[in-house]
Design a protein around this ligand. Structure first.
Ligand code: NDP
Length: 296
């Protein structure tokens, strides 16, 4: 058996197209949603990611506002910039690119962002809203995971979902979203006993670990849906490198019913969901009704 490959690139492109339509609708009312991205330091991966966000924000018909700060930026300077962006009526979304340099307390920075402009969904108020089932801004990568799963399993109700990883940015929010879809959710982590056995019970397996190809083919229940969030760069021969996920794809594809590839699976969904969140924030701040971008 060979699994259906979930084409994250194509699904993300169609989501971005729907976001662009919603942005055009706002533009017709004189509103151009603005997304401010703050990058502190010179982390190469962050730079690439921020450049890509900028390009896609513009392509969706929205305004991209970039702030690149030096690596020795103080916490006070960063908090002052966030306060300025919180007050700026032309800014609908604020994103601080992580990781931040060691002199800055990331928790304090996330707390300083106006929850109404928190398009990353990391503010504790939005995390609490997600946990209590209140409407709010939802973290982008977890939202992307659920959208991808629903393209092959439109109803997640009653499915046994196992999420491997319990970070605040992926594991926990993805588990909350799956719970909201009425899946029966188990969250696994580094202290979980018999992880392979637990994974074998999953109809839906989400891997968000950060360990290359840790989840093997024989950990997967035949026919399961596998969403691989991991992005791991492995060194190849002659100075080359390649990206792999947290799932051993070549093995898993023979067992799973459907699986996301790396690259080209969850990755492209993150920016698409960020753009969707920016339009959502722009509408909510002006009291306009919510638009639904994702499959119901
Ligand atoms: P973290 O390092 O914050 O969390 C990793 C989680 O995996 C932790 O909960 C940890 O458990 C768990 N874990 C580590 N080792 C094991 C193990 N041997 N067995 C079981 N669980 C284990 O990572 P993130 O959540 O930030 O990211 C996870 C992956 O997703 C990374 O590869 C990252 O690059 C990728 N990612 C991709 C994104 C995208 O596609 N756009 C966005 C964000 C992340 P414990 O809590 O016990 O330590």
């Amino acid at each position: 058996m060979s699994a259906t490959i979930i084409d994250g690139k194509a699904i993300a492109a169609s989501l971005r197209a729907r976001v662009a339509e919603a942005a055009a609708d706002l533009a017709a009312r004189g509103i151009v949603p603005g997304l401010a991205v703050i990058l502190v330091g010179e982390d190469p991966a962050s730079r690439v990611y921020v450049a890509s966000k900028k390009k896609m924000t513009a392509a969706a018909g929205m305004r991209s506002i970039d702030h690149t700060l030096p690596p020795d930026t103080t916490q006070e300077r960063l908090l002052a910039l966030i306060a300025e962006l919180n007050r700026d009526e032309g800014v609908d979304g604020i994103l601080v690119q992580l990781p931040l340099p060691p002199q800055i307390d990331a928790g304090q920075v996330l707390l300083a962002i106006d929850p109404a402009k928190d398009v990353d969904g990391f503010h504790p108020l939005n995390a609490g809203r997600l946990a209590t089932g209140e409407p709010g801004l939802v973290p982008c990568t977890p939202l992307g995971c659920v959208i991808l799963a629903k393209t092959v399993a439109p109803s997640l109700t009653g499915l046994n979902a196992v999420v491997v990883g319990r970070s605040n940015i992926v594991g926990k929010p993805v588990a909350q979203l799956l719970l909201a879809e009425s899946a029966t959710v188990t969250i696994a982590h580094s202290r979980t006993r018999d992880l392979p056995g637990l994974c074998r019970g999953a109809d839906l397996l989400v891997a968000a670990v950060g360990r290359p190809e840790m989840i093997r083919g024989d950990w997967i229940r035949p026919g399961a849906v596998v969403i691989d969030v991991g992005i791991n760069r492995l060194a190849g021969e002659g100075g080359t490198s390649r990206l792999v996920g947290d799932v051993a794809f070549a093995e898993a594809v023979e067992v799973a019913g459907a699986i996301t590839p790396v690259p080209g699976g969850v990755g492209p969904m993150t920016i698409a969901c960020l753009l969707a969140n920016t339009v959502r924030a722009a509408r909510a701040r002006r009291g306009l009704p919510e638009v639904i971008f994702e499959p119901a």
